[in-house]
Write a protein that binds this ligand. Structure first.
Ligand code: ADP
Ligand code: MG
Length: 253
């Protein structure tokens, strides 16, 4: 019997990372990470620069190859050498610090191209879904604009709408507001907050402690390639138990 997808366990966690190690050369940047996100949960990952946050997030959708360990996405093992990585990756929306829109395409085309090429949706359906997602991020009037004519905050909201147009089961955000002018951060966070309220599963690497405190179900503090502390935002951010967490928070809060 040929099976293209492995054991879809609908009761499984959205993301289940077990004993993940990642080396770049002989530099061990993830030193045995265990990390879980339940369906519909929002988990914020915080920690100093270089602590391995991006590498962890990138391992979850196989932009980086883990050195060892197991990663399950909704019960499917993406670290299995026989896994259909493209199919698994299609279920995960990704938003980066640097927007990464296609500069030579209009906003609308940015939102339809992968729907047509990857999901094989027809043009009309792709456009309909794209317009619904532009409305969701408050940019219905920008469908025909080119990315260069938008503010950074608008570009990031387009990037979110583009990811949502693929109907992902979960969204990964890597410092989505870090490149933005301060006055543009709020609009992007508001879109993310409404996504969370709709029940989207989200993994968010961020330095926005206010967002983490308000929106996260769980905050994970990383330092030096390990998870030092995790728990409810009020505990981790409000009453950190570890010296390293306290030192980090005293610098950023
Ligand atoms: P963070 O997102 O917390 O700032 P990263 O995951 O980006 O941390 O980086 C963790 C460590 O891994 C850093 O020391 C960084 O220099 C190193 N690193 C990240 N990506 C690569 C890469 N592609 N090649 C080599 N080293 C890398
Ligand atoms: Mg990073």
């Amino acid at each position: 019997m040929t099976e293209t997808t492995v054991n879809v366990d609908r009761g499984a966690a959205a993301i289940d990372v077990q004993n993940l190690h990642k080396y770049f050369g002989d530099n061990e940047v993830l030193k045995g990470i265990d990390f879980h996100i339940g369906r519909g949960e929002v988990v914020c990952v915080v920690g100093p620069s270089g602590s391995g946050k991006s590498t962890l997030l990138r391992c979850v959708n196989m932009l980086e190859q883990p050195t060892s360990g197991t990663i399950l996405v909704e019960g499917d093992e993406i670290t299995d050498p026989d896994a259909d990585v493209d199919a698994l990756r299609a279920r995960i929306g990704m938003v980066f610090q640097s927007f990464n829109l296609f500069p030579h395409m209009t906003v609308l085309r940015n939102l339809t191209v992968a729907q047509e090429k990857v999901l094989k949706r027809g043009r009309a359906e792709s456009v309909e879904i794209a317009r619904a997602n532009l409305e969701k991020v408050g940019l219905s009037d920008k469908a025909d604009a080119y990315p260069a004519h938008l503010s950074g905050g608008q570009q990031q909201r387009v990037a979110i709408a583009r990811a949502l147009s693929m109907n992902p089961d979960m969204m990964l955000f890597d410092e989505p507001t870090s490149a933005l002018d301060p006055e543009l951060v709020g609009d992007v966070l508001a879109v993310m907050k409404s996504l969370a309220a709709e029940g989207m599963t989200m993994m968010v690497v961020t330095h926005e402690m206010g967002f983490a405190r308000e929106v996260a179900d769980k905050v994970v503090f990383m330092d030096g390639g390990v998870i030092v502390e995790e728990g409810a935002p009020a505990d981790v951010l409000g009453n950190p138990q570890h010296e390293r967490t306290q030192a980090f928070l005293s610098r950023v809060l």
